[in-house]
Write a protein that binds this ligand. Structure first.
Ligand code: PSV
Ligand code: MN
Ligand code: MN
Length: 383
């Protein structure tokens, strides 16, 4: 139990700046009271999540949603609040120029513009001390014949190589794939295999990030995790839940068992280290933002605790003996354990309140920001 507690205490979960702003669907963005008006306030909210959970010490930025004049100043603001800047997320999907793609666009001028943005993101990493760049491309086509699939792969490879060249010694990029949306016929980076192949060609500073909402229904995500870890190519996660498509709901809400299975593979595959980025990529359309993030962090902690509880010796023995039911029972025993008392105890041992949700509600922070902040900003996504 001591080892399990130590592992849980060392866990690091990164929250996304865009989770704190107003968001919604393409039908409606619901404005909430108290949402941040600028990146400085988003970071202040992220610091609250860390203050009550103790395991969320970094916040990811999305550029240009979090554009500021002085990124070093933003990083020191974060440090002053007890958090750091995590992954820098690029954005080559919201300009009119990108209608037919960004780095895969048929027009070299648009490709050059997209690449310049990606390189600017590395400059922002330098200024903030971030070591991780996250690349997601909305590139793809809507109709067969619209553009040449292989030529687009060549253009993608060229851009990725240029970004890779620009990375410093301690920096890396995480390449994100997504099955579909906004492109509906063909996506240029649709799956882990495509992302993996590009990363393998480039080298160790290119790794794959698994966004749990980016797969076809029924996909065995833990298999992907196990495979990528085995190849040294799992860079991290964008955690969220989905019922249908890229729903961006709170992680562990739709399928806590899947989250447990993923964490089980992470731990077994040696991925439970600081080299794996455990990030949330969620939008809270109808629920309160900070509380939604706290709940999500707790869901990841619970899945992790259960995965750590698996009796791996008993499991290996059952597997060696070909005991199908016995092996499954070992896994299910861990999953069915109520780990909430363990986590409450752990928090108290670290000087935190045992129930972060209740402690945050009691803190009065929400009432304060609701009174202070008028006209909060949109997250940028889901408009
Ligand atoms: C795309 O759906 C995505 O998952 C990428 O990570 C984006 O940067 C993010 O959503 C924005 O919410
Ligand atoms: Mn994502
Ligand atoms: Mn997504």
């Amino acid at each position: 139990m001591r080892m399990i507690k130590e592992s849980l205490r060392a866990q690091r979960i990164e929250t996304p700046s865009w989770a704190y702003g107003n968001s919604g669907t393409r039908f409606k963005v619901f404005a909430q009271r108290g949402v941040p008006r600028d990146p400085y306030e988003k970071i202040a909210d992220a610091a609250q999540v860390h203050a009550f959970t103790g395991v969320a010490p970094t916040v990811a930025l999305h550029i240009p949603w979090d554009k500021v004049d002085d990124y070093a100043d933003l990083a020191s603001h974060a440090a002053g609040l007890g958090v750091g800047i995590g992954a820098i997320n690029s954005n080559v999907f919201q300009d009119d120029d990108y209608k037919l793609g960004s780095v895969t666009h048929p027009d070299p001028k648009v490709r050059a513009k997209a690449l310049a943005h990606l390189l600017e993101c590395v400059d922002i990493m330098d200024a903030t001390g971030s070591d991780t760049l996250k690349l997601w491309f909305s590139d793809g086509t809507n109709y067969p014949g619209q553009d040449d699939i292989r030529a687009r792969q060549d253009r993608l490879a060229e851009a990725l190589a240029a970004v890779y060249q620009r990375l410093g010694d301690d920096q890396r990029f995480l390449l994100e794939y997504k099955l579909f949306e906004p492109a509906f016929y063909m996506t240029d980076l649709p799956d882990w295999g495509t992302a993996y192949a590009h990363c393998v060609k480039l080298g160790p500073k290119a790794q794959v990030v698994v966004d749990t909402g980016h797969h076809a229904p029924g996909t065995n995500i833990e298999f992907i995790v196990a495979f990528l870890l085995r190849e040294g190519k799992l860079g991290g996660f964008d955690f969220n839940s989905r019922f249908y498509a890229d729903d961006d709901l709170m992680v562990g809400a739709a399928d806590p068992f899947q989250l447990f299975r993923i964490m089980y593979e992470v731990i077994g595959g040696g991925g439970f280290t600081e080299r794996t980025a455990f990030m949330l990529d969620q939008c809270h359309n109808i629920e309160p933002k900070i509380a939604g993030q706290i709940r999500s962090v707790m869901n990841v902690q619970e899945a992790t605790a259960k995965a750590l509880l698996v009796d791996r010796e008993a499991l290996a023995a059952a597997q060696r003996a070909g005991d199908v039911l016995g092996a499954n029972a070992v896994l299910m025993d861990a999953y069915n354990t109520d780990v909430r008392p363990l986590l409450a105890e752990l928090r108290e041992e670290s000087g935190l309140a045992p129930d972060p949700m209740a402690a945050y509600a009691k803190s009065g922070y929400f009432e304060k920001i609701a009174a202070d902040r008028v006209g909060g900003a949109q997250a940028g996504w889901g408009a």
